[in-house]
Design a protein around this ligand. Structure first.
Ligand SMILES: Nc1ncnc2c1ncn2[C@@H]1O[C@H](COP(=O)(O)OP(=O)(O)OP(=O)(O)O)[C@@H](O)[C@H]1O
Length: 273
């Protein structure tokens, strides 16, 4: 059969997928409307997040950081624009592991059971679960805590369990919404150090929301500052600090560390004006 002339072929759809883990294209988000007062929380914002990046979102209170994270998690649908995660429309629980400010664990169960359940939902065989649980707890510094009940352990330990649980899902994207905000300063510093190490070890692509400029510089490979509501990208800056082979004090003592803190701090203050 003769081939059809070119003009009769179906048009080839424009290929928009970029290979990034997260693509946010011209996204705006408005809450409310239809009778309720509407609030435009975000946008327009465009961001591409490649594999292995640890992106930290900072910005003034109410600028839409959590909204952007919720759109990437699939908890909200953007009012306009497009969000893609691994080239698909995000659905809650499908593409990303999530860590919230409050750990949201099963309080009467043991630490090990909380992780074991996540492994079960991720389809890990029963026979493998104990070993994987032990590995994950070791990774977050809780090797001896598997038998403890959630209500018996500290807030910092609970947040470590929440991170282990998010990793247990085996997702290649981790979304963290101010996970250390409710912790005391010392515990927070320890968790930051451990998350930085875990991130370097696993290379999991991460998006982390915080109010803390220091946390952004310490944890991220890139920081995005959002302007006051509706949040737009005010600064998008790579954090080219070493990820391994350096202690936290040495890292914080680097002149580049201080320079990044100053630049990002200024951008956040300007954004809040
Ligand atoms: N479900 C909702 N319904 C209506 N308005 C909302 C809703 N969620 C958030 N908002 C509003 O959208 C704006 C952005 O909120 P969002 O929580 O994304 O900001 P944020 O930068 O994470 O704030 P913070 O740093 O204070 O946690 C705020 O004005 C907030 O009041």
């Amino acid at each position: 059969m003769p081939s059809l002339p070119d003009t009769d072929k179906a048009p080839v759809p424009e290929r928009r997928t970029t290979g990034a883990v997260v693509s946010v294209r011209e996204v705006e988000h408005t809450y409310g409307g239809r009778g309720a007062e509407s609030v435009t929380a975000l946008g327009p914002v465009s961001l591409e997040i490649p594999a292995g990046e640890f992106l930290v979102l900072v910005g003034p209170s109410g600028c839409g950081k959590s909204t952007l994270l919720r759109l990437i998690a699939g908890f909200e649908r953007a009012s306009s624009g497009e969000v893609e995660v691994f080239g698909e429309r995000p659905e809650p629980g499908n593409q990303a592991g999530i860590v919230f400010q409050q750990p949201r664990l099963f309080p009467w169960r043991t630490v090990g059971d909380n992780i074991g359940l996540a492994l079960k939902y991720a389809g890990v065989d029963r026979a493998e679960r104990a070993e994987r649980t032990a590995e994950l707890l070791e990774r977050v510094g809780l090797a001896d805590t598997a038998g403890g009940r959630i209500w018996q352990i500290s807030g910092g330990q609970q947040q470590r369990v929440a991170i282990a649980r998010a990793l247990a899902g085996g997702k290649r994207l981790l979304l963290l919404d101010e996970p250390f905000a409710a912790l005391d300063a010392l515990t927070r510093e320890r968790l930051q150090e451990d998350l930085r190490r875990v991130s370097a070890e696993t290379g999991t692509t991460s998006v982390f929301v915080t109010h803390s400029v220091d946390e952004a510089v310490f944890l991220g490979t890139r920081t995005v500052v959002l302007s006051a509501r509706p949040g737009r990208v005010a600064l998008d800056i790579p954090i080219g600090l070493p990820r391994t082979g350096i202690g936290p004090d040495e890292l914080r003592g680097l002149p580049e560390y201080a320079a990044l803190r100053a630049e990002i701090g200024t951008a956040v203050r300007d954004a809040a004006r």
